[in-house]
Design a protein around this ligand. Structure first.
Ligand SMILES: [Zn+2]
Ligand SMILES: [Zn+2]
Length: 391
């Protein structure tokens, strides 16, 4: 069977995460997004594990179910050099035991625990518990594995199970790094709130025998991912090299010459686009045979917000989003599958935006420095890259 899975989210216990990130809110929203399987996130946090246990029914083999949505235990850990790792855990008992074993001082305080372990030590520890591990948002400049290492093997010592691409990268970018031909890529939302433009904004379509930890493990080990759905990479907040204070996009070479200091006094962070160009050993992407299609998406709620010129979380936008979902089933159906005529019957104002999305003519003001890229239908000047003349 084919399932849509988003393995990386955060609970209400993570820093900067919404207090609404509770199973009872995540499950119905996941369902509306067309996800059958969601990673719990924060599965080393004792309070979150209690909530998972209370709010779900155990379906066996590591799957916790409520409202037709299945959850598997996952967590993100911040390890040595501030590198983030995603871990998929077999069941609650193991999560509790691993939580005890992980050397960390803030396990009860933050849903994303910090540890001094290096990547290799963390890999060894979690493999003792039959977990799967890989780098989270592998190329991002604050906490991505490739910010500190030029090779994934230098971080882990041996081969981890997968690579999470992160919002600012896609398969074409990552497959310019030839060592990644041996890894399945995961595309996950890293959602900190249940809003529809966050939860499931990236997800994986996998071929599994059933929904169980064993089948998920089998699918990842055998690279049985059938499609990666992910943001257009320039919507990601670290796609381009930019200042983290004024968010100006800055030519990476000029940024380096200026020791990563912006003229405004802020710190410049290397974009994922540039970091990949540094570590890439291929000029063109070379996809291994098993690499599935990468389907570029944009959050439907953001398209609606742009069309109606209203905030994405306003009642108007959320109501219009809901009407489209009720009409077609899922966001992917609206964005990709539904006929223009049918969409017109429900919301004629959105039709030209959907058409622009489908034929790739939407302008995106690229993200960088921690600011998401923005969808734009007007031909406004794009945030200009700073050159030597205007730095
Ligand atoms: Zn992270
Ligand atoms: Zn600046």
């Amino acid at each position: 069977m084919l399932v849509n899975a988003d393995f990386h989210i955060h609970s209400c216990f993570s820093m900067a995460s919404s207090k609404d990130m509770l199973i009872k809110n995540i499950a119905p929203k996941a369902s509306q997004k067309g996800l059958q399987l969601v990673g719990t996130g924060d599965a080393l946090h004792p309070g979150w594990l209690d909530i998972i246990e209370e709010s779900t029914t155990y379906s066996g083999d590591g799957i916790y179910t409520t409202e037709d949505v299945d959850f598997v235990l996952t967590t993100e850990v911040e390890a040595k050099h501030r590198i983030h790792h995603v871990i998929i855990i077999p069941n609650l008992e193991i999560a509790r035991e691993l939580s005890q074993k992980l050397p960390s001082k803030n396990k009860a305080a933050d849903g994303r625990p910090k540890t001094k372990l290096g990547g290799a030590e963390l890999l060894e520890l979690v493999r003792e518990y039959d977990c799967l591990i890989g780098p989270a948002h592998a190329f991002t400049p604050w906490t991505g594995m490739y910010k500190s290492y030029d090779s994934i093997y230098d971080c882990y010592g041996k081969k981890p199970d997968f690579v999470e691409l992160g919002l600012s990268a896609d398969t074409d970018m990552a497959d310019k790094v030839s060592e990644l031909k041996d890894f399945p890529f995961l595309t996950n939302s890293d959602a900190h709130s249940p809003w529809p433009h966050r939860l499931g904004r990236e997800f994986n379509q996998m071929e599994v025998e059933d929904i169980s930890f064993s089948s998920i493990k089998h699918a990842i080990k055998h690279k049985d991912i059938k499609a990666n759905y992910g943001l257009v990479p320039n919507l990601g907040k670290y796609h381009m090299t930019a200042c983290t204070k004024c968010f100006k996009l800055i030519d990476p070479e000029i940024a380096k010459e200026n020791k990563m200091k912006c003229s405004c006094g802020g710190t410049i962070k290397k974009g994922v686009d540039f970091r990949i160009s540094e570590i890439a050993d291929l000029n063109e992407p070379k996809h291994p045979d098993f690499r599935p299609k990468y389907v570029h998406v944009m959050p439907l709620a953001e398209l609606i917000a742009t069309v109606y010129d209203k905030g994405v979380t306003t009642k108007t936008v959320q109501r219009k989003w809901q009407t489209l979902i009720d009409g077609f089933g899922t966001e992917i159906d609206v964005l990709i599958n539904a006929s223009v005529e049918d969409i017109k019957k429900i919301d004629s104002s959105i039709v030209s935006a959907i058409e622009s999305f489908r034929n790739g003519t939407i302008d995106v003001i690229p993200g960088g420095g921690g600011k998401y890229g923005q969808i734009s239908f007007k031909k406004e000047p794009i945030r200009k890259e700073i050159t030597l003349d205007n730095f």
